[in-house]
Every structure is written in C-alpha cells, then in structure tokens.
Design a protein around this ligand. Sequence first.
Ligand code: CMP
Length: 139
Amino acid sequence: MSLERTLSIIKPDGVRKKLVGEVIRRFEKEGIHIAALKKIRMDRAQAEGFYTVHKERPFFGELVKFMISGPVVVMILEGENVISRNREIMGATDPAKAAPGTLRKLYADSIQNNIVHGSDAPATAKFEVSYFFKDSEIF
Ligand code: CMP
C-alpha cells in the first residue's frame, strides 16, 4: 500500500451533463480525499501540452478540440493506491467496454467523450498534478 496522488479531470462533456456533483460524490464515498480542485477552461496550447504523449495518434486533433470545447474540473485525488483505484472507478476508456457501475459505463457516450480522465501511472500522475497545481493549492 502506498499513499498516492493522481490527477482527475471532469471533461467538458461531464461538466455539460451536470455530473460534477456525481463524480465528486463517488470519490468521497470511496474514501478518497480531494486534495485540490478548480474549474478552468484550457486553451489549445495547454490541452496539447497535457496530452503530448498522444500527439502522434490519429485522434489527437479531435481530442484537443473536445478538451477545449468548454470548462473542465481538475482535481487532485489522494489516498492509498489512488491511481489504480481511480482507474477502476472510471472504467475502461471505451464506455462500451467499461464494467457495470463505473463512471464511464454509467455516463459516457464514446471513447473520446468519456467524461473523466485519470492519470495512468505514478510518473504520469506526478507530471499531470504539477501541470495544473502549485503546492500552495494542495490541501
Ligand atoms: P483519457 O483517459 O483522457 O486519455 C486520452 C484520451 O484520448 C482518452 O481518455 C479519450 O478521451 C481519447 N481517446 C483515446 N482513445 C481514443 C480513440 N481511439 N478515439 C478517440 N479518442 C480516444
């Protein structure tokens, strides 16, 4: 067991569908601590920088367009093994393949419009947490 931090994003579709409360409620019910939280609208450069690992993928352009289409809620989740626990709570990237009861199975429309993002590994989590938050914003 290790105490970890991970970045969670409620994507523009999640915000448009008024799922902010549902998603936060789910994390809190699972005993996960919300260490930081803010609502922002990313600009193109910020979204491209965030998803730079996917820049060669065919869906990159559409993904960036989607991520800047409206505000998002960015959060730092903190808890024991929270990186993998958050991924279990979200479900598979493609909602059609997500397990019953996961956020994506319950609420997402497509592999792109999948309502939430979560860091996939410790190194990614470190990069993603510091991409959006300064130490003074984390509690
Ligand atoms: P996320 O977990 O934020 O990580 C990368 C994102 O790219 C992913 O969720 C989806 O929103 C998007 N994505 C991944 N695979 C595809 C795909 N095959 N087609 C379109 N979008 C994708």
